[in-house]
Design a protein around this ligand. Structure first.
Ligand SMILES: [Zn+2]
Length: 434
């Protein structure tokens, strides 16, 4: 699957205009949310919201402006439930810092990430966020769950048409540092307003203290926490040893806890009351059946990041356990520090190859409805249903499958994003090479 490069000159923002009654038509329309694909499908849009979904011939309205995308598929925008847009330029930064050798371990990867970020400071971050936003829009993503460690880089997100939630990251064990950092993160999160809401991201189970985590929970804001990503993390939480203790803590100058919690990463979050329907548990790879049941009972969402997990060699999330327990799932790319693109279509194609337990329909639902639910946008986005906002993407391709094979084709075939609508406005139209 090919994706337009972010700097593609054919990518241009369309003017912000809207006819009060619009009929949007294409060869196929896939509403998601369990609804079958519709041939010669159409959406009737009234004042920026979906008023009807069906066949073009049924919905034809003489007074509507008809926008006919022809040989194309209309479906909801994708929802990238976990990324770090500020790291979009990370590959260039590693070259500038001479850090081009790929680390051989998970902890080595974290330590390189810290070194590169510290060497650059905050100045290049807003441009990196802007580059990330362009990649998301160009690849059909309309909402994002973004982790932001540099609050000063918020402006490009506020200026973008994206929906979603920004989680302000805090990290560390030193109370003198994390208390003011949490206060600043809280102020940033509370400054946000729809369509971008605010949350907190106490970074992970091994980089925040119990007290840090409890302070973040007490704010009542939605949380996004990296959890159960690597075997090293599990070893550290259960036994207090391994490379996180000997390399990461030593390099950071953090004192080791007197006693290891003796819990799984999921168990540690649950013991502190961090799991709720507002919590995004990022990665969820090192999880057993007990953990899966705990997550399901809490209502938290696991955000799967399969390409990042493969790149860092940390394993594959146990989809069978999650399905059996009834865990809510969403999909994310993570950052370009551990992935090759921010295209969720490419993430879906990879997920199809490593999660055989998920059908194409389930995978598409996770990448749309699942993400929207995780970010509190389920009434607005994620499915083309009456009453939802008029958010959609239009895909084109050289050839199309029969309608019954559409979901499978979407998860793996060659297609490109030709247009993206957010909030009832065509925000992006791309010239797609034939
Ligand atoms: Zn992450």
């Amino acid at each position: 699957m090919s994706s337009p490069a972010p700097a593609d000159p054919s990518l241009s923002l369309s003017p912000v205009t809207r006819h009060p009654l619009q009929l949007i038509r294409a060869r196929y329309l896939l509403p998601i949310a369990g609804a079958p694909a519709i041939e010669d499908g159409a959406l009737l849009i009234v004042d920026g919201r979906i008023a009807a979904v069906g066949c073009y011939s049924e919905l034809f309205n003489r007074t509507a402006e008809v926008i006919d995308y022809g040989d194309a598929v209309i479906l909801p925008p994708l929802v990238n439930a976990h990324c770090h847009l500020e790291l979009t330029d990370f590959p260039q930064w590693t070259a500038e810092c001479g850090e081009t050798i790929e680390p051989e371990s998970f902890v080595g990867w974290i330590r390189r990430l810290i070194r590169v970020r510290r060497s650059l400071g905050a100045d290049p971050v807003p441009a990196s966020v802007t580059a990330g936003i362009r990649q998301l829009l160009a690849t059909g993503t309309g909402a994002v769950g973004d982790i932001l460690a540099t609050p000063g880089a918020l402006a490009p997100l506020l200026a973008s048409p994206l929906y979603g939630r920004i989680f302000f990251e805090t990290i560390g064990l030193d109370e003198e540092r994390f208390i003011p950092a949490l206060a600043a993160a809280l102020a940033s999160a509370r400054s946000l307003a729809y369509p971008l809401s605010g949350g907190l991201s106490p970074h992970s189970t091994y980089t925040v203290s119990s007290r840090h985590l409890e302070q973040a929970i007490r704010t009542g804001l939605p949380l996004a926490i990296h959890c159960a990503e690597s075997p090293e993390e599990s070893l550290f939480l259960r036994e207090g040893r391994g490379p996180i203790a000997t390399e990461l803590y030593a390099a950071a100058g953090w004192p080791l806890p007197e006693h290891a919690p003796g819990l799984s990463p999921v168990g540690w979050l649950a013991a502190h009351g961090a799991l709720s329907p507002q919590t995004l548990l990022i990665h969820g790879v090192q999880v057993d059946a007990v953990d899966a049941a705990v997550i399901a009972a809490s209502g938290a969402t696991v955000v799967l990041c399969p390409r990042s997990n493969a790149r860092l060699g940390v394993g594959t999330a146990p989809i069978g356990l999650y399905k059996k327990a009834g865990v809510s799932l969403a999909l994310g790319t993570d950052s370009l520090a551990s992935n090759t693109s921010l295209s969720l279509w490419e993430e879906i194609a990879f997920a199809r190859s490593v999660y055989p337990e998920l059908s194409p329909g389930e995978l598409l639902s996770i990448a749309t409805c699942g993400g929207a639910q995780a970010l509190g946008l389920e009434q607005e986005m994620g499915a083309l249903t009456v009453g939802s906002g008029a958010h959609l993407q239009v895909l084109t391709a050289a050839t199309f499958p029969p309608v019954v094979e559409l979901a499978e084709w979407l998860c793996g075939a060659e297609h490109q994003v030709a247009a993206l609508w957010l909030g009832g406005i065509e925000r992006l139209r791309q010239v797609v090479p034939c």
